[in-house]
Design a protein around this ligand. Structure first.
Ligand code: ZN
Length: 296
């Protein structure tokens, strides 16, 4: 695959996993997928430095999986997601100086839309999963089922566009950032979260870092995300961490991808002591929130 940032072809392999090279089922791209540490091959572009999965499926195949994905586990975890998005929104309101219509790209079941609407934002969403878009629409949200490229003409002039944990899933992230620019108002803001592989925990864990997954096509750093934004008409103006709030039960469910027996015992114990629903905020420095302003 050519580099998704600069289009170059001079790449070098940095990580290889031969157990699972291809996405073969929609469940692999679910938000709560446990397809950890299976990632095919990750290469680095020698020209711009971005790392990405190559080879990979073609764009249409990838989109067909996102369209088909259903994720009931996510619904069970919505309370923790609500806390995650509540914090993200507080940060957003502190750093973005304008208010107005807000578009959440990749809104999934609409939890961020719920949180933002409750705080007075006029919200709309875009979501490729038929199931997830249906859940959001059933709650009364205005959601376009599909991608930003095919969104209706009324989806324009947004003061704020958000993309939570979305950018790394696109085959062509710069194209999607450009589309976000096209639907943003003049002087509008884009706020996104994505993984930051320029962090100590990523270097420490190497190939065992859990977010190396087949559904993640591009891995950013502050430098490469700034470059991707600039190529799409955005100026990166601020950066902060990104904390995921998760329940203990969910954390142990995820741990099961690594240590199945230990995780099973711990989950059973957590249930016995009814502590599985308690939440913990996880911020190891391997995710970042980025704030950008439209340059035109
Ligand atoms: Zn490149």
């Amino acid at each position: 695959m050519p580099c998704p940032l600069c289009g170059g072809h001079d790449v070098v392999a940095v990580l290889r996993d031969t157990t699972a090279r291809r996405i073969t089922a929609a469940a692999t791209v679910a938000c709560t997928s446990r397809d950890h540490a299976r990632f095919g091959q990750i290469v680095a572009c020698r020209a711009c430095g971005i790392r990405f999965r190559s080879p990979r499926e073609d764009d249409e195949t990838i989109l067909s999986y996102y369209s088909a994905v259903e994720d009931p586990v996510y619904l069970e975890q919505e309370a923790a997601r609500r806390l995650t998005f509540g914090r993200a929104l507080v940060e957003l309101e502190a750093r973005v100086p304008i208010r107005g219509p807000l578009l959440d790209v990749g809104c999934y079941t609409g939890v961020f839309l719920d949180v933002a609407a409750a705080r007075g934002w006029d919200v709309r969403g875009v979501e490729p999963s038929r199931w997830a878009a249906g859940v959001a629409i059933s709650k009364g949200h205005r959601v376009h089922h599909g991608t930003l490229g095919g969104s209706p003409p009324a989806f324009r002039d947004f003061a704020v566009v958000t993309m939570w944990d979305t950018l790394e899933h696109y085959a062509d992230p710069v194209r999607e950032l450009r589309r976000a620019r096209e639907v943003a108002a003049r002087g509008g803001y884009l706020v996104l979260s994505t993984m930051n592989i320029d962090s100590a925990v990523v270097r420490l864990l190497g190939r065992r870092w859990p977010w190396y997954m087949r559904m993640h096509l591009a891995y950013f750093t502050p430098r490469t995300v700034r470059a991707a934004l600039a190529a799409a008409g955005w100026e990166m103006v601020d950066q902060s961490g990104y904390a995921h709030v998760v329940s203990w039960d969910y954390l142990l469910l995820k741990l099961g991808a690594y240590l199945p027996a230990a995780a099973r015992r711990l989950r059973a114990a957590a249930r016995r002591f009814r502590s599985g629903d308690r939440t913990i905020s996880v911020d190891l420095g391997d995710f970042m929130t980025v704030y950008a302003r439209a340059t035109t």
